[in-house]
Ligand binder design. Sequence first.
Ligand code: NAG
Ligand code: NAG
Ligand code: NAG
Ligand code: NAG
Ligand code: NAG
Ligand code: NAG
Length: 186
Amino acid sequence: MHVTSFLSLFALQACIGWAINIQVDLIKRSVEQNATLYAYGGTYSAWSIAFGRDDGLLYITENPTSHPANLIPVTWDLAAITDECWIANATFANGTRAGSMFIESQVGNAVGVFNFTRVADFNGTVTGFGLFASQLVYNNNTKLQAQFWAKPTSVVDTYALMWNYDGVVEDGSFPVVVKAAETNYS
Ligand SMILES: *[C@@H]1O[C@H](CO)[C@@H](O)[C@H](O)[C@H]1NC(C)=O
Ligand SMILES: *[C@@H]1O[C@H](CO)[C@@H](O)[C@H](O)[C@H]1NC(C)=O
Ligand SMILES: *[C@@H]1O[C@H](CO)[C@@H](O)[C@H](O)[C@H]1NC(C)=O
Ligand SMILES: *[C@@H]1O[C@H](CO)[C@@H](O)[C@H](O)[C@H]1NC(C)=O
Ligand SMILES: *[C@@H]1O[C@H](CO)[C@@H](O)[C@H](O)[C@H]1NC(C)=O
Ligand SMILES: *[C@@H]1O[C@H](CO)[C@@H](O)[C@H](O)[C@H]1NC(C)=O
């Protein structure tokens, strides 16, 4: 079975790399700060996306502080698709930066959070994730794509967030829409 969730909207300027100069950073603020990401799909409603302390990968769960899976919540600074450079940055509750969103091709295209040093080691890219309205999409050479999928893990009610290039269903996985919402700190 093939399911495609492919968006092709309009041409976007390619990301010019991370060497954004300070002046640009000061005038260009991310569209969402300290946002929480939620995944919508399957039989549950909106489950949050949490950071896996064991592997740096992202997980979809009802309980983002799940101990069996060693998860903790992160908040996000996200660019809009009208911005030039789309780097989605995650921060821990204590204010420490966790890193940037990244598709890790070496782990079956799991979506994770890595700092720049580690991403360079993986020979990957962290550019490309931005918000189209409230939905998180990937800018692939000017084409907007939303290929996020949830894949079951060994922990009940905890799914790995994957990037599914071809939409092929395996191991009970299913497509999810990833959206940003204001973080409720209560
Ligand atoms: C985001 O959170 C940080 C740390 O808690 C805080 O300093 C900052 O003001 C917050 N930004 C917004 C826009 O709420
Ligand atoms: C993410 O961090 C990088 C490096 O500090 C910065 O260039 C980029 O603008 C940040 N992205 C957002 C959406 O704030
Ligand atoms: C903040 O929290 C993260 C995740 O628990 C941890 O790895 C990091 O060491 C903490 N930073 C500080 C300064 O406590
Ligand atoms: C990035 O992460 C690696 C592995 O966790 C760590 O050794 C390195 O110091 C980190 N680099 C930065 C700039 O945070
Ligand atoms: C990094 O990726 C480029 C382009 O795909 C490839 O040519 C190069 O060999 C890769 N380098 C490493 C160290 O994997
Ligand atoms: C980007 O598009 C190319 C060509 O269509 C494709 O091969 C590649 O897998 C896509 N990358 C992602 C991250 O979806």
